[in-house]
Write a protein that binds this ligand. Structure first.
Ligand code: NAD
Length: 375
C-alpha cells in the first residue's frame, strides 16, 4: 500500500504521522510518501522522515497515486478531484457538518473514514481522536487563560501582601473539561464545574473541584457518551444557578458540546457583565457557536472588561504531542483495516470500521450523514 501524507492547511501545525510512526508501517511492507515539509510545523523535519525510510514525494503524485491518504483536515476541494478512484481517506472530517463534501467523495468513489465518528466504546479508546486532542485543548486552555489573566492562579501570603487564589468555572466535564480542571488545580486555582451528565460528578470531585448540582437534566445514558439537548425548564434552572458562579469566577473555560449540533449558549451578556474586569473566558466550543455570549471564533476580544478567546484549535498549538497522539490513533485504526502483510481488509461487521466509515462503494454509508444530505 502507498500511504500518503499531505501538508495540512496553512493555519494547521499538526502532521498525521511522526517519522518513527511511519517506520512501523514501512516495516510491514507499505510505502509512506510525505509531501516536502509536511511535518515542519510540528518540528518533524524531512531528514528525520528520510532516516525512517519515508519517501519525500511531489504533492500531485501523492494525491494521484496514494492508496491511503492520511490527513487531519479534509483534502482541499480544488485538488480532491485528482484523487484516484477507490483511494481511502482517513482523517477528522466533521461529516455531520460537511455532509455535502461527503456526498462529493462518495460520487468520486472514495472510501472515507472519519475518526471523529468512531463509536465511544472501550475498544475504540486507542483510536479516539476527539479524546486525544481534547485532552490537549483542556490543558492549553488553562495555560492560555493563566497567560492572559492579570493576576496569580495560586494563593500566596507574602510580606508584600496576600493573594487570593483564582476562581475558575469549567463548563462541560468531558475530556477537555476534566483536563482543564486537573491543570487548573495543579496551578492552585479553586475550581467549579457544570455538566448536564450527573455521572461526571464523581470524576470532578476526585480532581478536587466542586460539581454544581442542577436537578432534572435529560438522560444521556443512551447517547454513546455524548450529551443531549436539554428542556427549556432545565436550561432556565441551569442559567439561574450558573449566574451565581459566573459572578464569582475570574476565569471560565467553556467546553460544552452537542455532537453534530451548535454548542449550547450557557453564559448570557447579563452574566458576563457581572464578572470582574480582567477576567478571562476561553471558549473551546467557539467553532460551533460557543458557550459564552460575544465569543468570536478564532479571535480574542474584550467585552465588558472581560477577555474573550474563541479557539477550538488549541491542540494545533502543541503540534508535536498532538501529532504523536493523532498518529497513534491513526496507526491503531490502520491495524484494523490492514493485515500483517499490509494488505487491505475491510470488515464492515466490525462496529468500529462501520461506525466511522462515511463513504464506500460510491455510497454515503453513514445513515446520519445520508439523512442530512437528503433533508
Ligand atoms: P463533548 O466534547 O461532546 O462535550 C463536552 C462536555 O460538555 C460533555 O461532558 C457534555 O456532557 C457537556 N455538555 C453538553 N451540553 C452541556 C450543557 N448544556 N451544560 C453543561 N455541560 C454540557 O464530550 P467529550 O469530551 O467528547 O466526552 C463526553 C464523554 O464521552 C466522556 O466523558 C466519556 O464518558 C465519553 N467518552 C468515551 C470514550 C470511549 O469510551 N471511547 C472516549 C471519549 C469520551
Amino acid at each position: 500500500m502507498i500511504i500518503g501524507i499531505l501538508k495540512e492547511p496553512q493555519e494547521e501545525n499538526r502532521v498525521s504521522l511522526l517519522p518513527e510512526q511511519a517506520e512501523g508501517l514501512i516495516k510491514n511492507g507499505n510505502q509512506v510518501w510525505l509531501e516536502k515539509g509536511a511535518g515542519e510545523k510540528a518540528f518533524a523535519l524531512d531528514e528525520a522522515y528520510l532516516a525512517c525510510n519515508v519517501i519525500i514525494q511531489e504533492r500531485t503524485k501523492i494525491i494521484q497515486e496514494a492508496d491511503i491518504l492520511l490527513s487531519y483536515w479534509a483534502i482541499p476541494e480544488a485538488i480532491a478531484g485528482q484523487i484516484k478512484e477507490d483511494a481511502i481517506l482517513i482523517g477528522v472530517y466533521q461529516p455531520l457538518f460537511q455532509f455535502n463534501l461527503m456526498k462529493q467523495w462518495a460520487q468520486q468513489k472514495l472510501t472515507c473514514f472519519s475518526l471523529d465518528m468512531i463509536p465511544r466504546t472501550t475498544r475504540a479508546q486507542s483510536m479516539d481522536v476527539l479524546s486525544s486532542q481534547a485532552n490537549i485543548a483542556g490543558y492549553k486552555a488553562v495555560l492560555f487563560a493563566a497567560n492572559l489573566f492579570p493576576r496569580y492562579f495560586p494563593m500566596f501570603m507574602t510580606a508584600a501582601g496576600s493573594i487570593a487564589p483564582a476562581k475558575l468555572l469549567v463548563l462541560g466535564a468531558g475530556v477537555a473539561g476534566l483536563q482543564a480542571v486537573a491543570t487548573a488545580k495543579r496551578l492552585g486555582a479553586v475550581v467549579e464545574v457544570s455538566d448536564t451528565r450527573p455521572a461526571v460528578k464523581e470524576e470532578v470531585m476526585s480532581l478536587g473541584a466542586k460539581f454544581i448540582e442542577i436537578e432534572g437534566a435529560a438522560d444521556a445514558s443512551a447517547a454513546g457518551g455524548y450529551a443531549v439537548e436539554q428542556s427549556a425548564e432545565f436550561k432556565q434552572k441551569q442559567q439561574e444557578r450558573l449566574a451565581q458562579s459566573v459572578a464569582k469566577s475570574d476565569i471560565i473555560i467553556a467546553t460544552a458540546q452537542l455532537q453534530g449540533k451548535q454548542a449550547p449558549l450557557l453564559i448570557s451578556e447579563a452574566m458576563l457583565k457581572t464578572m470582574k474586569a480582567g477576567s478571562v473566558v476561553i471558549d473551546l466550543a467557539a467553532a460551533t457557536g460557543g458557550n459564552v455570549f460575544g465569543v468570536q471564533n478564532n479571535a480574542t476580544i474584550q467585552l465588558h472588561g472581560v477577555t474573550l478567546v474563541g479557539n477550538s484549535q488549541l491542540p494545533s498549538t502543541m503540534p508535536w504531542d498532538a501529532s504523536k497522539m493523532y498518529g497513534k490513533n491513526l496507526l491503531n485504526f490502520l491495524q484494523l483495516i490492514l493485515n500483517k502483510e499490509g494488505k487491505l481488509q475491510l470488515n464492515f461487521e466490525d462496529d468500529l470500521i462501520k461506525g466511522c466509515c462515511i463513504t464506500h462503494n460510491a455510497t454515503v454509508t453513514n445513515s446520519r450523514v445520508a439523512e442530512l444530505i437528503n433533508t
